[in-house]
Design a protein around this ligand. Structure first.
Ligand SMILES: Cc1ncc(COP(=O)(O)O)c(C=O)c1O
Length: 454
């Protein structure tokens, strides 16, 4: 064991290295160099027989690990839907890692459970989710979709007189699961994990922006879950919640909203109309590690009727867990042990305030529109209506677009992924980092247009 002062020096060294890493983000290539990737081989591959000093462990990680990161915590990373980290959220994450609290139960960590309950309340308020609903932090929107859909299954089967958690699947009434054709892969994964069977998913037709078309919806009968989305991962579009919720509820169906990033539109008065009617749903999933710029991993599930979430997630009785408290989150989440995830999101919202979140959302949307304008002026085709932070760009033929995406990734000025949008290859730009500036957008567009011409 090392002495107290050696431990202090180790933590200071790690903090210094982290600060220097953050300082270099602006000027470094976004994708790691070939050399940095090769140097990953210099990290020991074999389990060491003997101890390694802690300072050497950190030195190894920083020397060979830091250069092989993707600079997604910088200001010119536009891949997938990836937030950077707000200073307060990152610092809180460091501090709470030091606390090493288990956020499962109030008795294990009064602060983790109290802060989690508080921040869930704040997020419900910002996103327009009814105040009586309840939820829990999970690893991300995939697990939030899983938990929301598990609550849905509990509820629709209970209404049909079937106690799913006790009786299981054998002999259970069939549950219909309906979504738009543009349902996100994570929701399909959740459907798969919950045993509904992806082949049975009923996919409704969508319009040119990927929104469910509310005309001629099918007749619903029997236990049914309808999965809609706030924020299409490609176009950023929103399903029309009002007519969909009305149609589903008339038939007693449950509505789950996958709002991984798009639900945050509700936090900006200007974009809030995009989410109109979302408050009528029964469950919602979202992420804080995307648009709120909280460190990984941080997702959130919220359910209108907390009894349904508890019904699906509550722990079976165990003597050593007795005497639990209403704030015990392990009765609302798939996990038992879990880190104090709420602390990071609480710190993000403390540091931003309501106006700061609105500004973060607006700024990213404004940058997305600017990307679309500058690229369109440069002769590119913008394939989506840019209503949020997502832009889909074509550079001509599918081959030309794929070539530009790959050149952008290896050039290193910025990073964007590729996708297919309604049969056509596209470059996806997702502006989800509060660090992105006008200059970052202009610098990135210059690189894209240069590479498109080369
Ligand atoms: C609409 C949507 N839902 C769900 C997810 C999955 O989120 P996570 O990776 O946090 O599980 C994403 C990720 O991009 C998404 O865009």
């Amino acid at each position: 064991m090392s002495s107290g002062s050696e431990d202090d020096a180790l933590l200071r060294d790690a903090a210094e290295r982290a600060i220097s890493y953050l300082g270099n983000l602006k000027s470094r290539r976004v994708a790691p160099t070939k050399e940095a990737l090769q140097n990953l081989d210099l990290l020991p591959q074999k389990l060491p027989e003997q101890p390694t000093s802690a300072d050497r462990v950190i030195e190894l990680l920083d020397s060979f690990g830091s250069p092989a990161t993707v600079a997604s915590n910088g200001s010119r990373y536009f891949g997938f839907v990836t937030g950077s980290t707000l200073p307060a959220a990152l610092a809180a994450n460091w501090l709470s890692s030091t606390w090493n609290q288990n956020g499962a139960m109030e008795v294990m960590s009064p602060v983790a459970t109290r802060v989690e309950a508080t921040v869930i309340g704040w997020i419900k308020e910002l996103l327009g989710i009814p105040s009586g609903s309840e939820g829990a932090f999970v690893s991300g929107a995939t697990m939030a979709n899983f938990a929301g859909l598990a609550a849905a299954r509990h509820a629709v089967l209970a209404r049909a007189g079937w106690e799913f958690e006790k009786k299981g699947m054998d002999g259970a009434p069939k549950v219909n699961v309906i979504s738009g054709d543009e349902i996100h892969a994570s929701a399909i994964k959740a459907i798969m994990m919950l045993g509904f069977g992806t082949e049975h998913l009923i996919r409704l037709p969508v319009d040119a922006q990927g929104r469910i078309i509310p005309r001629s919806l099918p007749r619903i009968s029997g236990p049914t879950i309808v999965c809609v989305q706030a924020g299409n991962v490609n176009s950023g579009s929103f399903d029309p919640f009002k007519p969909l919720v009305e149609w589903a509820h008339e038939a007693g169906a449950w509505v789950h909203v996958d709002g991984a990033f798009g639900l945050w539109a509700a936090a900006s008065p200007h974009r809030r109309p995009l989410t109109d009617g979302v408050e009528g749903a029964d469950s919602w999933s979202t992420d804080c590690h995307k648009w709120l710029n909280v460190p990984y991993d941080s997702g959130l599930v919220v359910v209108r009727d907390p009894v349904q979430l508890r019904g699906a997630m509550a722990n079976p009785a165990a003597p050593y867990l007795e005497g639990e408290h209403p704030r015990d989150r392990f009765d609302y989440a798939p996990e038992m042990s879990r880190r104090a995830r709420g602390v990071d999101a609480w710190s993000a919202l403390m540091s931003l305030g309501r106006t700061g979140v609105a500004d973060l959302v607006e700024r990213c949307c404004r940058h997305a529109s600017r990307f679309a304008k500058l690229l369109s002026d440069g002769g590119c085709e913008i394939l989506n209506e840019v209503v949020l932070n997502q832009v889909l760009v074509s550079f001509g033929s599918d081959e030309a677009t794929q070539r530009v995406v790959s050149s952008v990734q290896s050039d290193g000025t910025c990073w964007c992924g590729g996708t297919k949008w309604h049969g056509k290859a596209a470059m996806r730009i997702s502006v989800s980092s509060g660090k992105t500036t006008d200059e970052d957008v202009e610098q990135s567009v210059r690189a894209m247009l240069r590479l498109a011409k080369s």
